[in-house]
Design a protein around this ligand. Structure first.
Ligand code: GUN
Ligand code: ZN
Length: 437
């Protein structure tokens, strides 16, 4: 008997039962158990329900981990983040294209060094865990070493992580460029080494259209054809100057998204960060190809890129997940990211409810990454990645929590006032990987 691998968690438990295609359907699918029990065995959800109903199922040798006043939620899913940019969060004064040239490219040059990449990968994963994020879709740099280092660190805790080496062969400093052939070969090797190794998955990662030649995009498309279950991860329609530049660089293509679509880079496992300034046809194309969008509110506000039209994405049935987009984004924390998402929607006269926000940060994000059959809620058999939330980690939170009348209001307080202090414990693959100090 493997009682060692069984864990019994007693706390309030919240998740969302199923993927929805309109926000109005989320509320009726919210499951909240005030005094709940979750049994985890060998990294999988074994049983979830009322404490009273389940307590007799706990083997007598298993210690009960009791977290009164805390809420167990599925681990957060970050659908767009750059690990090498953790060290340059808060770079002052620029919008996208200048920000890349002045800050980002010089920083990314450091990741040619495997030891440095390893050190920063450790830092990065610790940051994810202390913020309750248990899965992420991650940009490395152009250097394959950067991705090897990240996957090696993620593998140590059997984290479900998707990452890729940047492909870029033009319009960036010489020291950061690959070529169509080098980018192809390095990506292929990384796919062979890492894709589907344990819980790790690979994303073909052309940085964005301006930094790849048509030849390189064709190579990226060829890789996607050769490895159809890999991901594609890139940026799309973030900034107006960027979009104008893409139209100059690819006059033969019918707009920005068509550059990717033409090269076979759209599809159910394609994730496009930002998508702020989309044309009608681009929304249609995202829908028809079942591609996903990463909504990155802190980044979009920080770089002055614009306001993502979340309501339009729902209307057009385009999948959306939340992204922190470190380091144009300013926090690793999903609660703070939801807080900013609320404000982005306020500026567009739309209300982002707490249920919708937590959906996007968990099951909606999992759906965007085509991982909703494995993570995102507490369905029995799913992978046991979860976070124990402390909804009252500060005096102000305590005050507002106590005066909140119901669950939606309490959750809304959590996303408005919460931060890394709200993350009490993080579990990955059924194991405790972070404890608040
Ligand atoms: N577009 C191309 N590269 C980047 C990047 O590193 N960050 C953001 N926010 N947008 C990009
Ligand atoms: Zn980005």
């Amino acid at each position: 008997e493997y009682t060692q691998s069984i864990k019994a968690i007693r706390a309030s438990i919240m998740d969302i039962a199923r993927v929805v295609d309109k926000p109005e359907d989320i509320e009726q699918n919210v499951r909240f158990i005030e005094d709940g029990l979750m049994l985890v065995e060998n990294g999988r959800i074994e049983w979830v329900g009322e404490w009273e109903e389940g307590k007799d199922k706990i083997p007598s040798t298993v210690r009960i981990r009791s977290y009164p006043g805390k809420i167990v939620m599925p681990g957060f899913v970050d659908t767009h983040i750059h690990y090498p940019q953790a060290e340059m969060v808060g770079a002052y004064g620029e919008q996208l294209l200048e920000w890349l040239n002045n800050y980002t490219f010089p920083t990314e040059a450091r990741y040619k060094d495997k030891d440095y990449s390893r050190e920063m990968s450790r830092f990065f994963i610790k940051q994810l865990l202390r913020n309750g994020t248990t899965s992420a879709l991650v940009f490395g740099t152009v250097h394959p070493e950067s991705v090897d280092a990240l996957f090696e660190e993620a593998e140590k805790i059997n984290m479900r992580m998707i990452a890729g080496k940047v492909m870029m062969d033009r319009n960036a400093p010489e020291y950061l460029l690959d070529t169509p052939d080098i980018g192809y070969n390095q990506t292929k090797e990384l796919i062979e080494r890492w894709h589907k190794r344990g819980r790790l998955l690979y994303a073909i990662t052309p940085r964005f259209a301006p930094t790849s030649s048509p030849e390189q995009l064709a190579m990226a498309g060829r890789l996607k054809e050769e490895y159809p279950d890999t991901y594609v991860h890139t940026h799309l329609c973030e900034n107006k100057d960027e979009i104008a530049w893409v139209k100059e660089l690819f006059p033969e293509q019918d707009g920005y998204l068509d550059v990717y679509h033409h090269h076979g880079l759209t599809g159910p496992k394609s994730v496009f960060a930002h998508c702020i300034h989309l044309e009608d046809e681009e929304w249609d194309c995202l829908h028809e190809t079942d591609s996903a969008v990463a909504f990155c509110p802190t980044s979009n506000l920080y770089l002055g890129s614009g306001l993502f039209k979340l309501q339009e994405a729902w209307k057009r049935k385009v999948k959306v997940g939340m992204g922190t987009d470190i380091g144009a984004g300013t926090t690793f924390n999903m609660l703070q990211t939801l807080n900013e998402a609320y404000k982005v929607m306020q500026l567009q006269q739309h209300r982002l409810s707490a249920f919708e926000a937590f959906y996007l940060a968990t099951l909606g994000g999992a759906k965007s990454l085509s991982l909703d059959h494995l993570i995102g809620n507490f369905e029995v058999g799913k992978e046991a990645d979860f976070v124990i939330i402390d909804p009252c980690s500060t005096p102000l939170q305590q005050l507002r929590y106590d005066s909140s009348k119901d669950l939606p209001e309490k959750l809304f307080m959590l996303m408005t006032l919460g931060d890394d202090r709200s993350i009490y414990r993080t579990y990955v693959d059924g194991r405790l990987v972070y404890e608040r100090g």
